[in-house]
Write a protein that binds this ligand. Structure first.
Ligand code: NAG
Ligand code: NAG
Ligand code: NAG
Ligand code: NAG
Ligand code: NAG
Ligand code: NAG
Ligand code: NAG
Ligand code: NAG
Length: 765
């Protein structure tokens, strides 16, 4: 400093009194120059103050009575440094009108003329606002003209008074500031870890000398003014979310501070610092994750309510300062967003339908994990999960080859990207249930349910629940407890095949229902255990083009149970992928179903029968996934209409045979009678004869009744022997009353009887 002084003083001494020099500025820019004292003895006398005035017309611009302190007058400022013997003059925001001759000096002691040249030059006299974030590095770029490439570059702060910060000649870095010159067209001033105190105006410029007097006296032409706007708020983002739904916010922070502690807070309330990094932290319905690998703060707000609406700060802590992104969370009414459930069989594909309202967004789907955090599934399931483009705010997600792991709760919605923040508004909730083919069990027998276990941690506890899979309570059995609690249920964990099996023995109707195999609190897979009632199948007979009325027994009499009837070898044909195949009463259908369970049956009427209708049928009833079946058979004969000519013929032949017999008997009796009359004494004959006659008459009326009623009810002859008994069923339609199914038992031995039909009738009567 002292040496610089000496140079100035020497210069002054050489130039002598009345020194005149030229300074150059540009319009909009600023200037800083020195006027050296020309009277060394001035310090002896009383200081009246330095001045700077405009010569023509003479006008005092500014003068100062206080030393070592800047005096300001509008765009002008003067600093009187009596010890170092110079006056500093700063002129800001130059204009062409400032062009002219000025005088600087000390009252009545000395003065100099200064010629001010103001030109308008490109890339000079600019003024910029530069945003910078707390804790961050910021670089101010100053562009200069080619002619200054060899000049010394300077950087000043200007918070009222100009203060020299650094220059390219001797000190190019001071504390957090550093200057680097391209020596071509620009120089940079980089400020690291910007803090609030750096906020303010800066000037960058070049040092130049009076062109005519060569390098004698230098002055500074400031070519750019920079307002550094230091802010803690990176940005402010409006986030749209919906009541009862979820919003997921990801705030991105600069790499340099990615390991600093993050926070999430309501603008007006206490800050929640995340003391634990790289793990989920839960605060009520707000879940946060500070990822130091990426420098992201993930915030997941579930079960949104109107109370969650507000302004939040998603931030990072830097020294004593904060840097944050403002999140303006709007919680809107949920509207038409729906929740739905889908069921899929393992290996099949499933389509999920999603709705969102946002525009210019990316469709998104995620799956809830154990912590109820919804995680993107597209990246981890390459190719298997496909998201369609949306049309009218609706898009579909298809998942192919579903496996046990795919079961669970999904959310979908829209993703909105911003430079510093990404948010996903999750609007549609979907529950995906994975099901296995139903398991059939016969009443009294045992059934085995095989649960696949794709979670390869073999030591996990397995659970087996009955009922709703998404709201589990107490398991009916678990792998880590004895099987004493329920003697008819046992569990076997087969770690080799990676399945666990549950065996339910002595099956009863109450065992029918939905069961869930669960590993580690996470729903895995469900299946239906369907019970086939241990009742001997009823066989119905009917004719082609005729109709059949089949009555099914109601096992559970509650009216809310669904009744159905379907055809197939196994009852699971009735249920496929959760869709029930039943004959409900569609118009024009040949099938009709009448629920009369109050009377113990429901009736199925099939009309316009064809031969193909023959076969095995299942009477089914269902309530909340609990299925019970009873088997029935239908035989459709090729013969034409009812009345069955066969049965009529046979009955007719019976009648003929009986009648012939009766006539013969009567003939014989007559012969005997006459024989007796002729050959012996006439005793006790009439009694026998009348008794025989009465019996015969009874017989005849019975036969007539059969003939009369045969079109009104059908009698199926026994066909299937079972348990040493033969069964037949009779359906009465005569009186239009509720149908009663009657199973009539015959002793096997009796079937040798030639008069089976007669026998039957007698039994019934
Ligand atoms: C450059 O900075 C040094 C140290 O602050 C100072 O001594 C010198 O006078 C400065 N030069 C210019 C041209 O401002
Ligand atoms: C100044 O900063 C800019 C932008 O960061 C950079 O491209 C340029 O290379 C820097 N120049 C110098 C001389 O450091
Ligand atoms: C500084 O930045 C903040 C936030 O970006 C803005 O509100 C303010 O107006 C800026 N100030 C100036 C002087 O540009
Ligand atoms: C954290 O970031 C790393 C690196 O990108 C990533 O692999 C990891 O999955 C992230 N963790 C979480 C929980 O998002
Ligand atoms: C379906 O997924 C299973 C595993 O879950 C895999 O073994 C099988 O190869 C997949 N099938 C197809 C067709 O991708
Ligand atoms: C189930 O258990 C019963 C009785 O313990 C047993 O008789 C039956 O064979 C078992 N069934 C299966 C399919 O393992
Ligand atoms: C497997 O499960 C056991 C018991 O829950 C647990 O202690 C262990 O950490 C798990 N292992 C893995 C690899 O997840
Ligand atoms: C079955 O329905 C048809 C047509 O509705 C009807 O004509 C027929 O009488 C019914 N049959 C029985 C056995 O109820």
């Amino acid at each position: 400093m002292r040496s610089a002084f000496t140079i100035f003083i020497t210069l002054f001494l050489i130039s002598g009194q009345g020194l005149c020099f030229k300074v150059h500025g540009c319009t909009g820019g600023s200037l800083l120059f020195k006027c050296m004292y020309s009277n060394q003895k001035s310090s002896d006398v009383e200081n009246d103050g330095a001045y700077f005035s405009r010569d023509n017309p003479y006008k005092m611009v500014i003068n100062t009575k206080i030393q070592s302190c800047w005096s300001h007058n509008g765009r002008f400022a003067v600093y009187d440094d009596e010890i170092r013997k110079f006056i500093l003059v700063l002129i800001k925001n130059l204009s062409r009108e400032d062009d002219g001759t000025y005088t600087c000096g000390h009252d009545h002691k000395w003065n100099h003329n200064v010629e001010l040249v103001v030109k308008s030059e490109s890339s000079c006299g600019t003024s910029v606002i530069q945003a910078s974030y707390a804790g961050q590095e910021t670089t101010i770029i100053c562009k200069y003209q080619d002619k200054f490439k060899k000049s010394t570059k300077v950087f000043y702060t200007l918070n009222g008074d100009p203060v020299h910060m650094l220059n390219s000649s001797s000190q190019s870095s001071v504390k957090r500031f550093s200057l680097s010159d391209s020596h071509k067209d620009h120089f940079n001033v980089t400020i690291s870890s910007v803090s609030a105190e750096d906020d303010g105006d800066y000037l960058c410029g070049v040092e130049r000398s009076d062109d005519q007097r060569s390098s004698s006296i230098t002055h500074i032409t400031f070519i750019q003014k920079i307002h550094l706007n230091v802010t803690n708020k990176i940005t402010s983002v409006q986030v749209q979310a919906y009541i009862g739904r979820i919003v997921f916010i990801k705030c991105k922070f600069p790499q340099k501070i990615k390991e600093n502690k993050k926070f999430f807070m309501r603008a007006e309330s206490q800050k929640i610092m995340l003391d634990e990094q790289n793990q989920w932290i839960h605060h009520d319905n707000v879940h946060m994750y500070d990822n130091t690998t990426e420098g992201h703060l993930k915030v997941f707000i579930s079960d949104l309510s109107a109370a969650n609406e507000g302004t939040y700060r998603c931030g990072v802590n830097i020294d004593q300062d904060d840097l944050y992104t403002e999140v303006k969370l709007n919680v809107n009414k949920a509207g038409d967003f729906h929740s739905s459930s889908e069921a899929a069989f393992i290996g099949e594909s499933v389509k999920l339908t999603c709705i969102h309202r946002e525009k210019n967004t990316v469709n998104h789907i995620c799956k809830e994990n154990h912590d109820k955090i919804c995680q993107n599934i597209v990246s981890s399931n390459k190719g298997r999960v496909q998201i369609s483009d949306s049309t009218d705010g609706v898009f579909t997600v298809s998942i192919s080859n579903v496996s046990v792991r795919d079961a669970g709760v999904y959310w979908c919605g829209a993703k909105t990207r911003d430079t510093h923040l990404t948010f996903i508004s999750l609007t549609t909730k979907l529950e995906l249930t994975l099901t296995m083919q139903p398991v059939m069990g016969r009443e009294g027998d045992s059934a085995e349910i095989r649960c696949p276990n794709e979670d390869h941690n073999l030591s996990e506890i397995k659970y087996f629940y009955k009922g709703k899979c998404f709201t589990q309570e107490v398991p009916i059995i678990r792998s880590d407890e004895g099987h004493i609690k329920r003697p008819h249920i046992s569990m076997k964990d087969n770690t080799e095949l990676n399945v666990f099996t549950v065996n339910i023995s002595s099956l009863r109707a109450e065992d029918a229902g939905i069961y869930c195999c669960v590993v580690r609190d996470m729903f895995i897979i469900s299946t239906e255990l369907m019970i086939i009632m241990k009742e001997v199948p009823v066989i119905h007979k009917a004719s082609v083009r005729g109709s059949a009325s089949i009555s099914c027994k109601c096992i559970r009499k509650h009216t809310q149970h669904q009744r159905f009837f379907c055809k197939g070898n196994q009852p699971n044909i009735c249920v496929h992928a959760g869709v029930l195949v039943s004959f409900n009463k569609p118009a024009n259908s040949r099938f009709s179903l009448t629920d009369e369970c109050s009377a113990g049956v429901f009736t199925v009427n099939i009309s316009q029968l064809t031969e193909e209708d023959s076969g095995k049928y299942w009477c089914g009833e269902e309530s909340s996934g609990s299925f019970l079946f009873t088997e029935v058979h239908l035989n459709v004969n090729t013969e034409t209409n009812m009345p069955d000519p066969n049965s009529a013929n046979s009955e007719f032949s019976v009648i003929v045979v009986v009648s012939v017999c009766l006539i013969l008997i009567a003939g014989c009796l007559l012969l005997l009678f006459f024989k007796k009359k002729y050959y012996s004494k006439q005793v006790r004959t009439g009694i026998t004869s009348s008794a025989d006659r009465r019996q015969t008459a009874d017989h005849e009326t019975d036969q007539e009744e059969i003939q009369d009623s045969s079109p009104l009810y059908s009698v199926q002859l026994p066909t299937i022997p079972s348990d040493g008994l033969l069964y037949a069923s009779v359906s009465f339609q005569k009186h239009g009353e509720s149908l009663v199914e009657a199973a009539v038992a015959f002793n096997k031995d009796e079937t040798h009887c030639d008069y089976a039909s007669v026998n039957h009738r007698l039994t019934h009567n």
